[in-house]
Write a protein that binds this ligand. Structure first.
Ligand code: NAG
Ligand code: NAG
Ligand code: NAG
Length: 974
């Protein structure tokens, strides 16, 4: 959002700049002397042009008129009517957007067919005007020969992907008035200047733009440009300039009107060492993102010609100084991302009063503003952009805002505003296009039949109180492209007109409401790219998808019936339908959604065989084959099919999913063996859950090659054989979660906000992946695993949870189990383990849950502080008659008497009945909580302290804690 509005404000400023400076004397100069452009072409010059064309690729045919005798008639060429010489060549790619957007549409670009740009242009000796901007010159150098075009007045090579060193020969162009050799924001570019001394030889230069060229090697850049006393416009944005100090203390640039030094890391106080304050003609000062700090200097008040000030995204502190009252021309003030740290009323009061009726753009995002909006804000009659997003502004929005007829952009989102908004707040906003009031405590009370005077493009009311009824006054806002009504207390049926009025919306969020009713059966007419309608009460069937949709979230509703049999959405990347009541099978047309990156169908009632999207012939093509790149699964990063009633074998299409990081198939009826191809085909897998299915066979030994796997849950299957010792090589469990420490987070961007479902006592909860991805867990419980626990398991030192219970494991607990220092939960219950409990267990200081019950362990229970405070001492050790010592009543020193023994048994029986009496639901619930949730220590302790008392209460606590965790993650993310 910040970036979005930053751009917006800058675009607004830029537009203004264009208006202020539509200085094009150069253009008129060239044209004035060539009235009709008629004349006879000079043969040598025609040959030069043809040879120039020869070296170019021209996919759009822009030079198709370049043939025949009279080159003066060719596109972009102008000749002098007096001499017949070519004096102007304009091959600008007009499809290139200017100002910060820097996007060249290559389809219309000229680019090089040879290794370098032809030097033949040097033959056009009378050329005064040359514009090659916006083309694509393959990062080659600007030809040195350009320095011989001695009659040039105008040279524009901007945004055209030149690279290398800008030739100092350009200093020979002594008549030059306009020079733009700026590059584009592009890490691949190596456009640079080593020395600027040649500028001195351009005495007439009034426009200089070297933005995005690297000037970091230039010594005393200011001294060099200070030679150019006629300069009106100087742009050196993102040039790697570092110093603000100069041998020159006095500015020579008395004509300078525009200075743009944005995106250079000056790391200096704005106050000192600057020459701006001598710039008596300056109208625009752009110092966006320059690492400037300290207060805004008093001297600024002396530059009374200033119209545009962009200080945004620096570390400036405090109020604007009180002596700015002479800045009566101020139209644009951008201060986003600084630390103004005062009340907005006081801030605005300091704005020069004489500018109140002039100021058009005021952006103050994330500037630590407090207090209330001043009532007199309505006096700023020209205001067209006001953004104070992300501050701590309190109180109500003054009615005066509603009189600002020039306002196009109003952004007060993410503040602490409250009160009721009525139609008078909007009734005078005739030009409003963009409004963001999200994340405030504002309540809307606007008659449903009110017809607003504006035509909105973008409205964001997220987390305001708009409901309970759907805002009827939006009904005629058919121009909306982005609509956010998420979490706005809507408790209503979605009105019929919604799908017509908003059919052109690109971004739609109405999630987290209580919207009822069903969606139209077909949404193909919608142009939406992004739709969030999750967490509502929508019913009916999932509709035919909008044809351009790329993100669709309908999760946590009550959709039922089957999925549409035709899924026509070729651009779909994210499809989230979790936690509904969708029945039937997954349609085979799902296989046509080849671009899917995230698919979540969990928590539904889907039945039948899972889609395999695989033919036997696919077997022969590898995941990296060009052939398979556009087949289902090729882009899949997260797949959640858990908690359905799906069957079939492990999905084969995943063999194409070389980016897969998250896979959850748990709680279904999948069968067959776990595939052996996972490490080879899905090398980035981090989380694998197949819990509670009917998978059989052995644990594939090569799982160990999944270097990023940190969460492996194979519990509740029919997996047999022994635990392969090679599992102890799982890198992420040994060294840490990728991204957590040494390894780079390749998958982060997709997994970050991934959520997954956890089933507790029949309830489904969602919590963000951000928490989940920190868990290192190995759960092989409730299978038919035999043999010993491999000693090497103690190498998986990052484990926070280890559950091997409910198998047939024999022999001793590995002695070095105490090496698993991060363990918070260890469950080895219901096996056939024997021998003594290793004393190293007592050093596990993070352990809050330990269950060794129902084995054949014997000897003393190890003592140690942590072991005394475990939450579940009552059943940690039961079912092991051979154990003795605290907390068991059996004493280790004396041989136990019969009476004691029977008492022990009674005790144990009593507890075990209690335990079993709670039923399978409890056991499952418990394990789910252990194994699938965050096992944060504080959390786990709180949970288990009361679980013995009443597990229903525990459930409540879980939910509350979850809610808190979710809120925290939300806040963190925000
Ligand atoms: C320059 O770039 C264009 C467009 O990418 C490409 O088609 C052309 O082959 C490149 N020219 C050279 C000489 O590499
Ligand atoms: C001012 O510019 C002139 C040329 O226009 C130059 O000769 C002179 O040295 C400059 N003065 C300073 C202080 O840089
Ligand atoms: C600003 O202008 C005032 C007079 O208007 C002058 O006294 C002061 O020295 C100037 N400050 C600077 C830093 O030029």
């Amino acid at each position: 959002m910040a970036a979005k509005l930053g751009h917006l404000a800058r675009a607004a400023a830029a537009i203004l700049c264009v208006l202020i400076f539509h200085v094009t004397p150069f253009d008129s100069l060239a044209q004035a002397r060539v009235p009709g452009g008629t004349g006879t072409c000079i043969t040598s010059e025609r040959d030069a042009l043809l040879s120039f064309k020869e070296g170019l690729l021209d996919p759009a045919g822009r030079l198709s008129s370049w043939h025949g005798e009279d080159c003066c008639q060719w596109h972009g060429v102008r000749c002098s009517s007096r001499t017949g010489h070519v004096i102007k060549l304009n091959l600008r790619n007009t499809y290139t957007l200017e100002y910060y957007t820097d996007t060249t549409d290559k389809r219309y670009s000229l680019s090089l067919s040879k290794d370098e740009l032809s030097s033949s242009l040097a033959d056009l000796q009378q050329l005064r005007y040359l514009d090659l901007s916006g083309n694509y010159f393959n990062y080659t150098s600007i030809p040195v020969s350009m320095g011989s075009l001695e009659n040039l007045r105008y040279l524009n090579l901007s945004l055209s992907y030149f690279g290398g060193r800008i030739p100092s020969k350009l200093g020979n162009l002594s008549k030059l008035q306009y020079l733009d050799v700026s590059g584009q924001f592009d890490p691949d570019s190596n456009l640079h200047v080593v020395d600027l001394a040649w500028l001195e030889r351009l005495p007439l230069l009034s426009y200089l733009d070297l933005s995005y060229a690297n000037l970091s090697l230039v010594r005393d850049w200011f001294h060099m440009v200070n030679m150019l006393s006629p300069l009106k416009v100087l742009r050196l944005a993102d040039c790697g300039l570092k110093s603000t100090r100069s041998a020159t203390s006095k500015s020579n640039l008395t004509h300078l009107q525009v200075l743009d030094l944005s995106e250079n890391s000056f790391n200096a106080p704005l106050e000192h060492n600057w020459f701006f304050w001598d710039l008596t003609s300056l109208k625009e000062l752009h110092l966006f993102d320059c690492y400037l700090y300290g207060p805004i200097p008093e001297e600024l008040g002396n530059v009374t010609s200033l119209q545009v000030i962009d200080f945004s995204y620096n570390d400036l502190v405090g109020l604007i100084p009180s002596n700015l009252e002479k800045l009566c021309n101020l139209e644009v003030l951008l201060l986003d991302g600084n630390n103004i740290n005062t009340s907005i009323g006081e801030f605005m009061d300091r704005l020069p009063r004489c500018s109140w009726s002039i100021i058009q753009v005021l952006t103050l995002q994330y500037t630590n503003l407090t207090g209330k909006l001043p009532i007199w804000i309505g006096n700023m009659t020209k205001l067209s952009v006001l953004s104070a997003h992300g501050n701590m502004i309190t109180g109500t929005i003054p009615l005066g805002v509603g009189t600002l007829g020039n306002m196009t952009n109003l952004d007060l989102g993410s503040n602490k505003l409250d009160g009721v908004l009525v139609k008078e707040h909007f009734s005078g906003l005739l030009n409003l296009e963009y409004v963001d009031l999200s994340y405030n405590s504002l309540k809307m009370d606007i008659e449903p039949h009110w017809v607003p005077p504006f035509r909105l493009k973008d409205i964001n009311l997220h987390s305001c109180i708009v409901g309970p009824h759907f805002p009827g006054w939006l009904r005629w806002q058919t121009g909306i492209e982005s609509l956010d009504l998420g979490n706005t207390n809507l408790d209503d049926v979605i009105p019929d007109w919604f799908w017509v009025t908003f059919s052109r919306v690109q971004y739609l969020d109405a999630s987290e409401n209580m919207l009822r009713g069903s969606l139209p059966a077909n949404l193909q007419h919608m142009s939406a790219h992004v739709i969030y309608l999750g967490s509502n009460k929508l019913t009916g069937q999932v509709p035919q998808l909008p044809i351009n949709i790329s993100f669709l979230n309908l999760a946590s509703n009550s959709f039922s019936g089957s999925l549409p049999s035709v899924l026509k959405a070729p651009l779909l990347q994210t499809l989230l339908l979790a936690d509904n009541q969708i029945t039937g099978t997954i349609p085979s047309s799902m296989c046509q959604l080849t671009g899917l990156v995230r698919l979540d169908l969990s928590g539904n009632k889907l039945t039948g065989d899972v889609m395999q999207c695989w033919k036997e012939s696919d077997n022969n093509s590898s995941a990296f084959d060009a052939n398979s790149a556009d087949q289902f699964g090729s882009y899949m990063r997260t797949l959640a099919l858990n908690n359905n009633d799906l069957s079939g074998e492990f999905p084969k299409f995943l063999q194409r999913s070389s980016h897969l990081g998250f896979l959850d198939l748990s709680y279904n009826r999948f069968f067959g063996a776990l595939p052996k191809w996972l490490p080879e085909k899905t090398p980035l897998l981090q989380i694998l859950r197949v819990r509670s299915n009917m998978f059989s066979g052995h644990i594939p030994k090569n799982l160990t090659f999944l270097e990023r796997l940190h969460y492996l849950d194979l519990a509740y299957n029919n997996i047999s054989g022994s635990i392969p010792w090679s599992l102890s090589n799982l890198e992420a469990m040994r060294i840490g979660i990728p991204g957590d420490r040494s390894l780079k987070p390749v998958l982060e961007e997709s997994i970050l906000e991934e959520s997954m479902q956890v089933i507790t006592k029949g309830q489904t909860r969602e919590y963000t992946f951000e928490i989940y991805r920190l868990v290192v867990n190995l759960d092989l419980s409730c299978n038919s695993l035999t043999g010993q626990i491999p000693e090497e398991i103690s190498l998986l030192i990052e484990l926070t949870g280890l559950n091997l219970s409910g198998n047939q494991l024999i022999s001793k607990i590995p002695n070095k189990i105490g090496d698993l220092k991060r363990l918070e939960s260890l469950d080895l219950s219901y096996n056939e383990l024997s021998g003594e409990i290793p004393s190293s267990l007592s050093v596990l200081t993070s352990l809050s849950h330990l269950n060794l019950s129902y084995n054949n362990l014997s000897g003393p229970v190890p003592s140690g502080q942590q072991l005394q405070v475990l939450d579940n001492l009552n059943y940690t050790y039961i079912g092991n008659p051979g154990l003795c010592g605290y907390p068991l009543s059996k004493n280790c020193s004396a041989s136990t008497t019969d009476a004691e023994q029977s008492a022990d048994h009674e005790d144990a029986d009593h507890i075990s009945y209690l335990y079993l009496g709670m039923g399978i639901g409890f056991v499952v619930g418990l394990w789910v909580v252990f194994c699938t949730m965050l096992l944060r220590r504080t959390w786990a302790i709180a949970y288990f302290q009361i679980i013995d008392k009443l597990y229903d209460k525990a459930y409540v606590l879980v939910v509350i804690t979850w809610a808190r965790l979710m809120k925290k993650t939300h806040d963190d993310a925000a």
